[in-house]
Design a protein around this ligand. Structure first.
Ligand code: HEC
Length: 152
């Protein structure tokens, strides 16, 4: 009897997992909204750093280190939202995102690599090197937008 209960419980867990996997396949409009939200947050945490690198705001090492850490997580978040199911959904993504997925993936990896460098630089205490690393991240944002996002 006990064993049977355990089996029932395990079956319930397995079905539960199946259900949550199914839920993970969100509607195309939802995926677009989520990936845009991740991009918006990247903009939120990168913007102040870009201003520092350009001399438009005073350099603040603590803010750079904090935001670099946030960006390290965020730089992994938008990409599963560019699912093939979203190809025809309304968004600013160009069709090339879905036709040249290798190039798009490369562009996302360029960002991640640049952010890793920024995190390292932000711990090094060298302002010039940190500003250069911020510039490196900015190039990967802009590079991908040039190729894969509608010009607004
Ligand atoms: C690999 C490509 C790629 C990289 C790298 C990238 N973006 Fe984007 N970004 C896009 C695409 C494509 C869109 C349009 C998405 C859509 O409309 O669904 C976008 C949209 C945006 C938006 C508008 C979001 C909205 O609400 O519509 C912002 C802000 C943004 N990106 C900021 C950034 C910043 C900051 C970085 C770098 C830290 C960055 N992106 C890196 C491809 C990229």
């Amino acid at each position: 009897m006990k064993v049977k209960n355990v089996l029932i419980a395990l079956t319930a867990v397995a079905f539960g997992a199946g259900a949550s996997l199914a839920l993970a396949q969100a509607k195309p409009e939802v995926l677009v909204k989520q990936r845009q939200a991740a991009m918006t947050l990247q903009g939120k945490y990168f913007g102040p750093l870009a201003a520092m690198a350009q001399g438009k705001a005073p350099f603040n090492a603590a803010v750079v280190a904090r935001n670099a850490g946030f960006l390290e997580a965020l730089s992994h978040m938008p990409w599963d939202g560019f699912d093939a199911s979203t190809k025809d959904a309304k968004s600013e993504a160009l069709p090339l995102v879905f036709s040249d997925t290798a190039k798009f993936k490369q562009a996302s990896e360029n960002l991640q690599a640049a952010v890793v460098k920024l995190v390292a630089a932000s711990k090094g205490g060298d302002e010039a090197a940190t500003k250069a690393a911020i510039g490196g991240v900015g190039k990967t944002c802009g590079g991908c937008h040039d190729d894969f996002r509608h010009k607004s």
